[in-house]
Design a protein around this ligand. Sequence first.
Ligand code: PLV
Length: 322
Amino acid sequence: MLQHFHVNTPLLESVSMSKMAGTAVYLKMENCQPSGSFKIRGVGHLCQQLASRSRGVVCSSGGNAGMAAAYVARKMGLPATVVVPSSTPPLVVRRLQEQGAAVKVAGKVWDDANAEALRLAETEQLTFVPPFDHPLLWEGHASVVAEAAAALGPGARPGAVLLSVGGGGLLCGVVCGLKDAGWADVPVIAMETVGADCFNAAIKAGELVTLDDITSEAKCLGAKTVCRRAFELSQSGEATIISELVTDQEALRAVQMFLDEERVLVEMACGAALAAIYSGLIPRLQAQGRLPTPLRPLLVIVCGGSSINMEQLISLQQKLQS
Ligand code: PLV
């Protein structure tokens, strides 16, 4: 059997979030992964399949896919290069270097870093690790649903799954996982921040769109174009996907409330998903008839993220709440 790089993360019931949502809320604690986010599931799977005889890997990332690639490469004894945009905070660059990766800063947003990573993969003959757009990533991410299903026990069925969308890899993986678990009709609430809303913009336009810029502080949601598969899923009826936005202020408030209530610090990208509960979205969707009443338990993918520490939290507070 192939070795896994990810761990089976805890599934915790949150009493305070359950009160706010009006139904039980279960938190899948992906912040507990060795690389700090769910990304290790897909990246680990992809590297096992594609990088075993590689000279090394190169990953373009807002930070967390890079953390996963660096961790997995270290475990596989391979060199890793991570290309990040200049919007990546120094704390992430330091954490990537601590994982043993060579870090290169290229361009302003992830799309620029991606172009450079593709160039390096070609010229240096490295295995390219994309952060969200690859079927092997989605296959790997699907294990998050399988674990949650096993932990909830036979007969259990969530009322909805809440997650954040950057480039849409987690969304594609969760939809795979829902199918495998026999939960294909469970709606997915796909959260983005205003200013990093390429999925929502595509749905509104009825086609893939490329945002002019990423203006949200949730930089790890900052792909300018969502992956085609995520958009197709939203159109094909294979899955029920509810795309919603929160402001950066709401995402930050969710990060703070999660720290106070659950004693866990996550980054803004994860705050977007948590804000669905803390900003009262669930009863609003029920009032609009988009979710049923009563609602079965909610499964929240606490995607985690390394782009946060005390200093970064304070700086976000100063930027967004003054
Ligand atoms: N972050 C990607 C893409 O950035 C990265 O390179 O790490 N939550 C966290 C903590 C994340 O880091 C990400 C993606 C997401 C959610 C969204 O996942 P996705 O991209 O698969 O939709 C530009």
